[in-house]
Design a protein around this ligand. Structure first.
Ligand SMILES: *[C@@H]1O[C@H](CO)[C@@H](O)[C@H](O)[C@H]1NC(C)=O
Length: 204
């Protein structure tokens, strides 16, 4: 008799516990969560070995639904995010370059940078185009091409930020704004390259 009531008590406790857990999470959210969580964990883990992990995570987690836990989509999304940032920075620079009051050396640095950033936009586009042709059969060759284009983009962005450093007498607001933006584009590119390298190394 005592054994039976003890078992009954445990069963009741279990029912109370599990129903309160379900109530706390809400029926629908409970079924969506593990999937979302797997994706954010995947993004965080993949980003942890990049040079700028915080920027990597914050720029990609918005696309968790698309990325799920797919390395190819992760790398492709990183490239797309980088391209969007390079394009908007390039547009901003064209506008700012036309402003009055810039010193001739700043105008020259801005002009060079607009050109270099334009090249990096083209190279990022090429790398995204290459990624869209990625198949099991051409994996190594395609990844190698993607790595080449993204590295070239990174070089152009670095040339741009270096050019700004050289004119560093009496830094103006415009100059530091532009430089900061291009530095961020370069950091996104650096991260995308790291994710591409991870993908390249995952095969084999
Ligand atoms: C990246 O952008 C290209 C071109 O717009 C698109 O075809 C591709 O699906 C995008 N990739 C990802 C992973 O979103």
């Amino acid at each position: 008799m005592e054994a039976i009531s003890c078992k009954h008590l445990i069963t009741s406790l279990f029912i109370i516990l599990s129903s309160s857990l379900t109530a706390a999470h809400g029926g629908r959210r409970l079924s969506e969560r593990p999937y979302q969580e797997a994706s954010t964990v995947f993004i965080r883990t993949s980003c942890s070995s990049t040079t700028y992990p915080t920027l990597c995570y914050s720029s990609l987690v918005k696309h968790a639904d698309l990325i799920q836990t797919n390395r190819v989509v992760l790398a492709g999304t990183a490239l797309n995010v980088t391209l969007a940032s390079a394009k908007s920075t390039s547009a901003m620079m064209r506008t700012l370059g036309k402003r009055q009051g810039l010193k001739p050396r700043e105008v020259a640095a801005m002009k060079d940078c607009v050109e270099e950033l334009g090249d990096s936009v083209d190279e990022l586009r090429r790398s995204i185009d290459e990624m869209s042709h990625l198949r099991g059969s051409n994996f190594e060759m395609t990844m190698s091409d993607v790595q080449t284009w993204v590295s070239a983009a990174l070089t152009d962005e670095s040339t741009c930020t270096d050019g700004f450093q050289e004119t560093a007498t009496g830094a103006t607001n415009i100059k530091s704004t532009v430089r900061g933006q291009v530095v961020q584009v370069a950091q996104l590119t650096n991260n995308a390259l790291a994710l591409i390298n991870q993908l390249a190394n995952s095969h084999g």
